[in-house]
Design a protein around this ligand. Structure first.
Ligand code: ATP
Length: 514
């Protein structure tokens, strides 16, 4: 098994063992692709949400938030296109009895060819050393050229089939390229079929008054249908944005990779309304701001990349993903889309209500254009967890598992540890906790040796451990241990607040964005 897969397995079990993420309904053997957040997970998730919310609403005078309902009028999903087009093409393998997304199988095949090319380039780079001219090699090496041609042809056929919604052609591509089931290794595929991802339920109690409603598959539509409410009551002037955090539901065909693809998940979305014609400038601005938001966490700039979409939805005129290097490759964490006036126009058409904005500077009314930034809380959570996890070898042959979490996101900011459970140390420790707990998530722990307690805190990414000992009673000083260096420093109790605040407060993170 590849090493990265091993690491990922360890991260998943660590997340469970230390109260971050549990499989849902576990005592009933779980429920596919549904997860619960535990005592540490919920704190970290809330910190991620606060970071996003405050970066959007506090740092931008022209962005306000809302919290719309999960249930919405079913016509909204007709207008948005989800009833007719929120489909994935699925295919089953008759031997493994597993279901796959046909588009994902083909994308994986394209990635495999790409990988072959990169391996060829890497090999040559090693062989030629400093004199290696990569661009020239890519243009002239016969094996690279052959694979590049194969990749481009496959890509073209694939995007034509997706654009034309041609399921037969998708099936044919799987056949022609000899794509096999990763589990059974066979090519025994069924036909490709369309599958709508929305969950449907009924609202109302009597048979004749029930109405089919959907669990929302995205939070964005709640923003669009409240555009006029917010604009009018908030006296908002274009350009302005509306932000929302909330649950979304998708009946994903292939739910795998832990919390990367869930059936119930959470989104943080912002729709930014602009003048027609100015959207591409704003798209660029938001693309940059959103990457800055990610990078400010300090997890390593090299772990991010943009993936600009070549194939755009019919209503979009620009789209990019921010991808993060997960243990299973670069994957989308956030999407940024220039959606033109599609959504508001559709709701105007279906609701038969005028949804326009009167621009006092231009002295005319128009349907605003929209830039959307859309990020999954859970995927963000996974990226933070994966990039923080380390099994660290220590001097003397010992090891520790440590989460190098961005400090502002850590579920617990400081642990307060009396060296022993007697001699007035627990009382003193509680006194210190009472000083700090209004501003920082603190955890009191008096069980086991202090060494074991340090390890427990490393494993959940606690930036600081404060140890209360005999000397504390004499001179009001404690030791403060740093998660990264494991070094301890003796400081006075009065200094603690400033030390923790400097490194752990959300403010210090937010200040990097302005
Ligand atoms: P994918 O191609 O991975 O299915 P998408 O392009 O359909 O994602 P969007 O509709 O653009 O995703 O949703 C915006 C964000 O919501 C994604 O970038 C991702 O972070 C998150 N997201 C979407 N689907 C899921 C899911 N099933 N589980 C967890 N997060 C999700």
């Amino acid at each position: 098994m590849a090493k990265q897969e091993d690491v990922f397995k360890k991260i998943v079990s660590h997340a469970k063992e230390y109260g971050f993420v549990f499989p849902s309904s576990e005592i009933y053997d779980g429920l596919g692709a549904v997860y619960d957040y535990g005592q540490n997970g919920v704190e970290m998730k809330n910190n991620i949400k606060r970071y996003w919310w405050e970066a959007m609403t506090l740092l931008h005078e022209n962005i306000v938030g809302i919290d719309s309902a999960i249930f919405m009028h079913p016509t909204i999903w007709k207008a948005s296109g989800h009833v007719d087009a929120f489909n994935d093409p699925l295919v089953d393998n008759r031997d493994s009895k597993k279901r796959y997304r046909a588009d994902v199988l083909i994308e994986d095949e394209i990635a495999k060819i790409e990988e072959k090319i990169n391996k060829e380039v890497e090999k040559a780079a090693k062989r030629f050393g400093e004199s290696f001219d990569e661009a020239m090699f890519r243009q002239t090496n016969p094996r690279v050229l052959e694979n590049a041609k194969k990749r481009d042809e496959l890509h073209q056929r694939f995007s034509d089939a997706m654009n034309a919604n041609d399921l037969k052609e998708l099936r044919q591509i799987i056949e022609d390229y000899g794509i096999v089931d990763p589990i059974s290794g066979t090519k025994n595929w069924t036909d490709v079929r369309q599958f709508n991802l929305m969950f449907k339920t009924e609202m109302g109690s009597s048979a004749d008054s029930t109405m089919n409603v959907y669990l929302r598959p995205e939070t964005a539509q709640g923003i669009f249908v409240n555009f006029l409410n917010v604009q009018k009551t908030g006296r908002m002037r274009i350009p302005f944005g509306i932000a929302q955090i909330g649950k979304a539901f998708r009946n994903e065909i292939v739910a795998r990779q832990f919390i990367f693809r869930m059936r119930e998940f959470e989104q943080m979305e912002m729709q930014f309304f602009v003048r027609p014609g100015e959207e591409l400038e704003w798209f660029k601005t938001w693309k940059e701001f959103r990457l800055k938001w990610h990078k400010a966490l300090g997890m390593g700039d090299e772990k991010y990349r943009y993936h600009d979409h070549e194939k755009l939805a019919h209503y979009a005129n620009a789209a990019t993903d921010i991808e993060f290097k997960m243990p299973f490759g670069f994957k989308e964490v956030e999407g940024i889309h220039s959606r033109t006036d599609f959504d508001l126009s559709q709701h105007e058409k279906f609701s038969k209500k005028k949804i326009q904005y009167f621009d006092p500077e231009l002295n005319k009314s128009y349907t605003p254009y929209v830039i959307e930034t859309s990020i999954g809380v859970d995927r963000m959570f996974l990226s933070v967890l994966c990039s923080s996890y380390e099994e660290q070898a220590l001097e003397g042959g010992d090891t520790r598992v440590v989460l190098h979490l961005p400090k502002a996101l850590a579920p617990v900011k400081c642990a307060i540890l009396p060296l022993v459970k007697k001699d007035g140390l627990p009382e003193k420790a509680h006194e210190i906790m009472n000083l700090l707990k209004f501003d920082f998530a603190c955890r009191y722990d008096e069980k086991d040796s202090v060494g074991k307690r340090y390890r427990r805190m490393d494993a959940i990414g606690t930036p600081y451990c404060i140890t209360v000992d005999g000397q504390t009673l004499e001179d009001n000083t404690v030791t403060i241990r740093d998660r990264e260096t494991m070094e301890q420093q003796r400081v006075s109790i009065e200094e603690l607040h400033a030390i923790i605040s400097k490194e752990c407060s959300l403010n210090s993170l937010l200040k990097k964005l302005v």
